[in-house]
Design a protein around this ligand. Structure first.
Ligand code: COA
Length: 220
């Protein structure tokens, strides 16, 4: 940890002042946090990450290498941004036209995952625990727990809070995550809910450590 600071900044990284960074957060090689960014506790920023002015980031957010988080992004707790994913903040950029006051808001709700090399078009919301597959291009709002794939990204199914694609439901409409045992149900068209844990509650610690590999859990 840096002297008098409760967070860690690698000597090759820059943190402009003023900005707020919570305890336990780590900022790794060649990253740049710009002024007025607000970052929560226990986040990890990998190599070559840029956080622009005014960005707001919650707790326990993991940002992999080569990600730029532009002004207008709001990133809630437990979000995962995969390596080299692309965020945007102007839908119709033109070099001749200054739009500094017109940056569009993009909200990454709690627990959302963005896969490697995916692109998020600005002005949309990614739902809680939604999962954007590697390489997808997301152009519209994404529901909670949606598994999104392709260009443009479409919902190809549901995925659990533990990141396991969910199979077809039983006759009562219930589907169980093979990793956690939590039950899920589509309570209305396009709205999936966990029946055993509120979407805004933290995971109990014993459910927060993976014990079986994805390949072994995968539903055949
Ligand atoms: C979405 C994801 C979880 C699906 O994994 P999976 O369940 O093992 O998928 P499968 O290999 O069974 O593929 C199912 C189908 O989806 C296709 N598919 C899988 N991932 C895809 C992707 N990212 N984009 C487009 N299609 C994809 C497969 O080709 C397959 O198609 P088919 O049925 O026509 O053969 C995974 O592909 C993914 O994108 N993970 C993100 C990885 C990542 O970015 N990690 C970052 C940290 S290192």
């Amino acid at each position: 940890m840096n002297r008098n600071k409760e967070y860690y900044v690698h000597e090759s990284a820059y943190v402009d002042e003023p900005c707020e960074i919570g305890k336990g957060t780590k900022i790794w090689h060649f990253s740049h946090i710009m002024k007025n960014a607000k970052i929560g506790e226990y986040c990890i920023f990998g190599q070559n990450v840029n956080v622009a002015s005014g960005v707001v980031i919650g707790n326990n957010v993991k940002v992999q290498n080569n990600v730029s988080i532009y002004t207008g992004a709001i990133i809630e707790d437990d979000v995962f941004l995969g390596p080299s994913c692309v965020l945007t903040n102007v839908t119709n950029p033109r070099s001749q036209i200054v739009r500094h006051n017109l940056y569009e808001k993009t909200i990454f709700h709690r627990g959302a995952t963005v896969g490697a090399n995916a692109t998020i078009i600005c002005g949309i919301k990614l739902g809680r625990y939604s999962f954007i597959s590697a390489g997808a291009v997301v152009t519209k709002n994404v529901p909670d727990y949606a598994l999104m794939m392709g260009v443009p990204a479409r919902r190809v199914g549901w995925i659990s809070r533990h990141g396991i694609p969910l199979p077809e439901p039983d006759t009562e409409g219930i589907v169980v995550c093979p990793e956690s045992g939590y039950r899920y149900k589509e309570v209305e068209p396009d709205v999936l809910r966990c029946l055993d844990l509120d979407e805004d509650a933290s995971l109990p610690p014993e459910k927060a450590v993976g014990k079986v590999s994805y390949r072994d859990l995968k539903i055949k």
